[in-house]
Design a protein around this ligand. Structure first.
Ligand SMILES: Cc1ncc(C[n+]2csc(CCOP(=O)(O)OP(=O)(O)O)c2C)c(N)n1
Ligand SMILES: [Mg+2]
Length: 594
């Protein structure tokens, strides 16, 4: 089905044809009569679109989000009207915080009865507006293809994010003929800017997300919108004067396809690099410039920190770096901070910046390498990189003991000591949990970009099974390992049933400390006791997966971990290794992020 061709049939046919144009091959969903035509459209498309039906709507949206974050093409979730949509909202918010291009198509109670109280009647867009780039309704069958096409263009334009479109029952079940939409991003943004809405559709554009012509800085995908050369040369100038620079690479470096250019720029400029989120792996584990393990020293002693592709949020001390040194008052000067984002609306406004740039991150890194390679003529402290490398080496050496710990109950780090040895370079590792996953973030260092998925700054528990389902589909031949806290497991483990029904063998490793560890220990610290923080000790989450048709086992001894993990990788079915870990061990964190 190509441009200029005619579409005919019910609204589902139109929607599926438009989604397919954007590379959609899988629809994640949970059934509801309001969306049947979308299923019929998927089943009867040539070739059919794959339907993955899950056990909770948030799993469908998490799966669509992870598809987008792993493949860098958009994801699609289809939710039924009312509770289907509200159940999906935490995952939509997660996609919003992660800048993940996801389109959520939803059913909607019929227009002809609107206001009479039909089943699941609720106006969704006002609920979704704050966590989407646009939340709107389509009421006309003939306009569905265009509306879906627009939703995908908007989701994939920088800064990426979720777009919500519900379609009234009358429009989705109705029949119409329509021209296949033109692939013309500009045409619709201009019209939208003029009309203040999407054709006849009601549109809610949240503040900061204005379409082209507004302040949101939406840039069509593939269309070049590099940072202006002036800001790049100013940043190059700051680099030329810096003695102790650090480069931080975050998720948008990967999502914007700038991973290669970022690595090259770091190498050419010999910049120490710290990664977070999906920036992890841009410099592979063991790379001489990768100093993530020395981040506190690096951030304390740096005089220039360039942060690219991630917000200056709690994960980065809200953008305050430096302070080490011997001023009379004890505190040295703050580091200069440069923030580089993929779109103007993403540049931090809450902290002073010495420089900033916004736009295509690929172009930014190429431009920076060119501009700075001549400017950076030996001002850097020659010992800086070496000192950070020594700090990394010391940290790695200090880990060795706990990674091999023979303690019983099992120390959570022993799990990572064993897992690290079994992971292939192209493994996808997913974390859903508290302390157990914080350890993974520190000790599992990806070998490639696009191999690590955490929930991101929204910190929503329950992403696990949705992310696992998507990873298994996106990377059919890679290891997919899902790390679950025992608390986190409770949010989505029922979707192990989806893994089984759809033949998706994911290795799940549950760090079972019998409680909500990341909350238990801070509450004890603050109040001297804890409450609402205990779960059943040694609960048999492995038996849950077995009951659902997968496999699994309980591990209580450190020596059992490696063979159990090996069995899980060899099983060829969804497999949960349920490792009982020491409930008294708390991840040593310096901040709770609040
Ligand atoms: C949806 C949601 N509810 C609650 C929280 C608060 N929270 C953050 S970590 C955590 C504990 C997680 O426990 P578990 O998954 O068992 O990991 P552990 O810390 O015990 O290793 C909780 C409740 C959250 N982040 N998300
Ligand atoms: Mg726990």
């Amino acid at each position: 089905m190509g441009e200029g061709e005619r579409l005919s049939g019910h609204g589902g046919v139109h929607a599926v044809a438009a989604a397919r144009r954007h590379g959609i091959t899988t629809m994640f969903t949970l059934s509801g009569g309001h969306v049947f035509p979308l299923y019929d459209g998927a089943v009867k498309a040539q070739p059919p679109m794959r339907l993955v039906d899950v056990r909770h709507e948030q799993t469908a949206v998490f799966a669509a989000e992870a598809t987008a974050r792993l493949t860098r093409t958009p994801g699609l979730a289809v939710l039924t009207a009312g509770p289907g949509v509200t159940n999906g909202m935490s995952a939509v918010a997660t996609a919003h915080f992660n800048g993940a291009p996801v389109v959520i198509l939803a059913g909607r109670a019929p227009d002809y009865r609107w206001g009479s109280g039909s089943l699941q009647e609720i106006d969704h867009p006002p609920l979704l507006a704050p966590v989407t780039k646009r939340a709107s309704t389509e009421h006309e069958t003939a306009k569905i293809a265009t509306a879906v096409d627009e939703a995908f263009w908007l989701a994939t334009a920088r800064h990426r994010g979720p777009v919500f479109l519900d379609i009234s029952l009358d429009a989705l079940y109705g029949q119409a003929e329509a021209a296949f939409p033109r692939a013309d991003f500009q045409a619709y943004t201009e019209r939208d800017a003029l009309a203040g809405g999407s054709g006849g559709a009601r549109s809610v554009v949240p503040p900061g997300h204005a379409l082209a012509g507004g302040s949101g800085g939406v840039v069509p995908p593939g269309q070049h919108s590099g940072a202006d050369p002036g800001s790049i040369s100013q940043i190059a100038g700051l680099l030329a004067e810096a003695r102790r620079p650090v480069l931080v690479l975050g998720s948008d470096v990967w999502l914007d396809g700038a991973d290669e250019a970022a690595r090259q720029a770091a190498e050419e400029l010999r910049l120490p690099v710290i990664t977070n989120g999906q920036g992890r792996g841009v410099l592979p584990a063991g790379h001489e410039l990768l100093v993530t393990r020395a981040r506190s020293v690096a951030f304390r002693e740096a005089d220039l920190v360039i942060v690219a592709g991630t917000p200056l949020d709690f994960r980065l001390g809200y953008g305050e770096f430096g302070g080490a040194g011997s001023g009379a008052g004890g505190e040295g000067p703050r580091a200069q901070v440069v923030h580089v984002a993929d779109a103007p609306g993403q540049v931090a406004r809450h902290c002073p910046l010495a420089g900033s740039a916004a736009g295509d991150l690929n172009a930014f890194f190429t431009g920076l390498a060119n501009a700075a390679s001549t400017a950076r003529a030996g001002t850097a402290d020659a010992a800086w990189l070496g000192r950070l490398q020594d700090t990394v080496k010391a940290a790695v050496a200090a880990d060795a003991e706990l990674l091999a710990s023979d303690a019983n109950p099992v120390h959570p780090l022993r799990v990572y000591g064993e897992l690290g040895r079994l992971l292939a370079d192209d493994a996808v590792v997913i974390g859903d949990g508290g302390d157990f996953v914080s350890y993974a973030g520190k000790y599992i260092e990806p070998k490639r970009p696009g191999g690590w998925l955490d929930p991101g700054p929204f910190g929503c528990l329950g992403t696990g099974l949705g992310y696992g389902i998507a990873a298994r589909i996106a990377r059919p031949s890679a290891q997919v390992v899902l790390l679950l806290g025992d608390g986190a497991a409770g949010f989505s483990l029922m979707d192990a049933d989806t893994l089984v029904r759809h033949g998706l063998p994911v290795v799940m490793v549950c760090g079972n400390n019998g409680g909500w560890g990341l909350e238990k220990h801070p509450m004890r610290f603050l109040y001297g006791y804890d409450v609402a923080a205990d779960l059943q000790p040694q609960c048999r989450y492995d038996e849950v997966v077995r009951a659902l048709g997968g496999a699994g086992e309980l591990v209580t001894e450190p020596g059992q971990i490696a063979p159990a993990l090996q069995r899980a990788f060899d099983a060829g079915v969804p497999y949960l290794v349920n490792v009982v870990t020491d409930p008294e061990i708390a991840y040593p964190r310096s901040t709770t992020g609040i």
